[in-house]
Design a protein around this ligand. Structure first.
Ligand SMILES: [Zn+2]
Length: 451
């Protein structure tokens, strides 16, 4: 009999529990069969019963729902609309909005300020603060305006933006002295005070470069020139003869006549001629007379550039000082041409400039008697008389000079040099009266007239 073996029954498939897809780590010595009652193996075995997993699932779902609800609720809260007062009108706006948004939502038309220079000029129109704001009555800075966020119940006031000013750097700078002119006219214009540099703090705009005064550290000392006439009314009878354009072939004759009468005079010489006749320069000094400058080669100083004025003056002083063995810083400008602006160009090289009170008009060659009367009839104590040494035929002067001296000496006059005339006048500073004052080394000469 063919006896086929009975097929073995199919093993029954026990499904794995759904919520135990991941096997728990095995404990040593125990096998873990999920979903079975394993209490027979060991009461200490961990397991998750089927009915506990269902409770966990519900819990998770509730949690998720709560979280979602919370997130949604927070979102709604954060995006809620709030009412704030803007310039006394109520405006609804999303909470947390910026003030820019609030201004825009409120429809305010605000004019920005300008960006200004330290000197008060507009650098950029509209480049200042966009607007100003206060919150609940308290002004906000621009930084606070940028960080403030709208929240319920606030009250804002907005207004046009203010101007802002550029940054600046404080610098210490020199202040140059100016030239102050005192008096309107006179035979002498002398330096009454030399100039000194001062210092001040200024703000220099970092954008504009403009400079604005802050404070004075040291006052500048203006230079002062004074126009003055000598006029002695105390009984002294002093008078000053002056000869221009020498030295010349006439100089010695003049010196001889002066010596004969014990009179002194001042010779305004050309530097060029002093180089030609150095002995005559020395002879003038030996005779007790004074030599001073009439420029180097008779230039009209008012027609020259600044550099030429300076060189014409200083070159003549150097020649005359070298030839005479003395020193002078006094000048008579050719043609009497010397203005306040010319003074600015001297760089402090001269101490006094002389013209005259009485013109002998010898240059017209009017005859010696006319020259005598032109002088004698106009004489007064302190007067400066103009005659000439070089520049043409001077025979009339040589003939007139003794008569002039005699007439005025008979009238009680003493013929003095300009140094002596200055020394006789208390208003002239003693250094200037020396005739050779130079600018002190700590002083400077101005290049601008005082206002
Ligand atoms: Zn001259």
């Amino acid at each position: 009999m063919n006896h086929e073996p009975e097929p073995e029954p199919e093993p029954k498939f026990e499904p794995e529990p759904r919520f135990e897809s991941k096997p728990k780590p095995k404990r040593e010595g125990f096998s873990l069969i999920s979903g079975e009652d394993v209490s027979a193996y060991s009461p200490e075995v961990e397991f998750t019963p089927w009915h506990s997993s269902k409770h966990a699932l519900v819990g998770v779902i509730v949690l998720v729902v709560l979280v979602i609800a919370g997130v949604v609720g927070l979102h709604v809260w954060n995006n809620r609309s709030v009412d704030v007062m803007v310039n006394e009108s109520s405006v609804s706006i999303k909470v947390g909005s910026s003030l820019d948004d609030l201004v825009s939502t409120a429809g305010l038309q605000l004019t920005p300020g300008n960006f200004m220079s330290v000197g008060g000029n507009v650098i950029t129109e509209g480049g200042g603060d966009p607007y100003e704001a206060s919150l609940n009555g308290v002004s906000l800075t621009q930084d606070q305006i940028g960080t403030t966020r709208v929240s319920d119940g606030q009250s804002y006031e907005f207004s046009n933006g203010s101007d802002t000013t550029e940054g600046y750097e404080v610098q210490l700078v020199d202040v140059q002295p100016k030239l102050e002119v005192q008096g309107t006219a006179g035979a002498i214009t002398y330096v009454a005070q030399w100039g000194k540099v001062g210092q001040k703090h200024v703000n220099v705009g970092t954008t504009s470069g403009e400079t604005v005064d802050v404070d004075v550290v040291t006052e500048a000392q203006d230079a002062i020139i004074v126009k003055h006439n000598f006029n002695f009314k105390d009984g002294r009878k002093l008078i000053a003869l002056t000869f221009d354009d020498g030295p010349s072939k006439y100089t010695q004759q003049y010196l001889d006549i002066l010596g004969q009468y014990g009179a002194k005079a001042t010779f305004f010489n050309l530097g060029q001629s002093a180089e030609t006749y150095p002995d005559l320069e020395k002879a003038c000094i030996s005779a007790g007379c004074q030599v001073a400058s009439h420029t180097y080669d008779h230039q009209q100083l008012t027609a020259l550039s600044g550099d030429d004025v300076y060189s014409e003056i200083t070159k003549a002083f150097a020649s005359i000082n070298s030839a005479s063995g003395t020193s002078t810083t006094i000048i008579r400008p050719p043609y009497g041409s010397f203005t306040d602006d010319t003074w600015l160009l001297t760089q402090g090289s001269i101490s006094a400039s002389f013209i005259w009170n009485i013109d002998s008009e010898d240059w017209r060659l009017p005859g010696s008697s006319a020259i005598v009367s032109n002088v004698v009839n106009n004489a007064y104590s302190g007067a400066i008389i103009l005659m000439h040494d070089g520049g043409g035929n001077r025979d009339e002067d040589v003939e007139a000079l003794p008569q002039i001296i005699q007439a005025l000496q008979n009238d009680g006059y003493t013929f003095v040099t300009l140094d002596e005339l200055m020394a006789a006048d208390d208003s002239i500073p003693s250094d200037i009266a020396s005739g050779n004052a130079t600018m002190p080394s700590d002083c400077v000469w101005p290049t601008e007239l005082a206002a």
